[in-house]
Design a protein around this ligand. Structure first.
Ligand SMILES: *[C@@H]1O[C@H](CO)[C@@H](O)[C@H](O)[C@H]1NC(C)=O
Length: 326
């Protein structure tokens, strides 16, 4: 809400108008013509329009594609999707909580097959997350090493059952690379792309977003493998990756507004220098990308410090004051 309200402010200041004709010009926008939010005649009209969109953003009454997306930042289409999936997941977690572990996995397996055949890749991902989380608990992945049973405490026979299970870290390391490949499935024409032609044959016909099929499987496999591979974990534990992890949500929220205002202006400047014919188009794009990526990271860092982190602290404060603790 805060980030889309910032879009309202930018719209009123005219920041989206500098780039409006550029945003709609096919000479520059060779891929998707991304929706550029319209400026209303009055601020009141803009606020009314924004309020309506924010109301619609809480889109729990239907599952249509991009249902609840807001024109103020089309990238945020995933928020209503995640919200709906979270609701379903809470229901499934509660509904299966008291089942015996084996029966729960059986039920979850059935539900995964059902949602998959129902063409709901997003629900497959959420359910897989639940399954992976429970597998992590079962194998003791969350037990800190210091608390893991040691030889001095228990007789030898019982140790093997209690120690976090050894996993094949080399296999996990390699499968994670395969998973990265699957996650890189091109969104367009992957059936014609070398390296993908054969894999494309395995995507069921009824699966609407064909390109998401291998991306979906890849992402599940990747999370499962990283959880079992010390090498991949050391990558994700480096300061730089941790930093990007912290600001990742802010990057997600600000990259749209930054690109549609300053970003497009910088691209226009870069293409003004390089031209747009043939390879010059790519050169201009790369030059602008260097500037724009830096700009997005900077804006995300500021947004994270000024909005994201305080919001999380506020939610924690609310939780400690408004919730009943036992
Ligand atoms: C798009 O931009 C090009 C290059 O600046 C310009 O020649 C052309 O008239 C523009 N097209 C439209 C539809 O505005």
């Amino acid at each position: 809400m805060i980030s889309t309200f910032m879009v309202v402010v930018l719209l009123r200041l005219g920041a989206y108008e500098w780039t409006r004709s550029f945003a709609e010009n096919k000479t520059y926008m060779k891929n998707v013509l991304e929706w550029h939010p319209p400026r209303m005649d009055t601020t009141l009209g803009q606020l009314e329009n924004w309020g309506g969109e924010m109301y619609n953003f809480i889109h729990v009454w239907s599952w249509e594609k991009f249902g609840g997306s807001t024109g103020y930042d089309v990238h945020l289409w995933t928020i209503p999707v995640e919200y709906r999936c979270s609701m379903m997941l809470f229901l499934i977690v509660l509904g299966t909580a008291r089942l015996r572990t084996g029966i729960r996995f059986l039920c979850l397996g059935g539900i995964v097959l059902f949602v998959l055949r129902s063409d709901r890749w997003e629900m497959v991902l959420f359910l897989s997350g639940m399954i992976l989380a429970e597998l992590d608990v079962m194998r003791g992945a969350h037990i800190p090493p210091a608390m893991a049973p040691t030889t001095s405490v228990l007789p030898l026979g019982e140790i093997s059952n209690l120690r976090p299970k050894k996993t094949n870290s080399l296999l996990s390391f390699l499968l994670a690379i395969l998973a990265l490949y699957l996650m890189s499935c091109p969104d367009w024409e992957f059936g014609q792309t070398p390296g993908w032609k054969t894999l494309a044959l395995f995507v069921p016909e009824w699966f609407t977003d064909q390109y998401r099929f291998w991306q979906m499987i890849g992402s599940i496999l990747f999370v499962a493998c990283v959880a079992r591979s010390p090498w991949w974990q050391s990558v994700f534990n480096t300061d730089i990756v941790q930093y990007f992890g912290r600001i990742s949500y802010a990057i997600y929220l600000v990259h749209g507004p930054v690109l549609h205002t300053a970003g497009y202006a910088i691209e226009r400047w870069a293409w003004g220098v390089t031209g747009t014919d043939g390879w010059a188009y790519n050169t201009g794009f790369i030059v602008a990308a260097f500037v724009n990526i830096g700009l997005v990271i900077w804006a995300a860092d500021v947004f994270w410090r000024v909005v994201d982190a305080p919001t999380v602290r506020f939610a924690k404060w609310l939780e400690s004051n408004w919730f009943i603790s036992d």
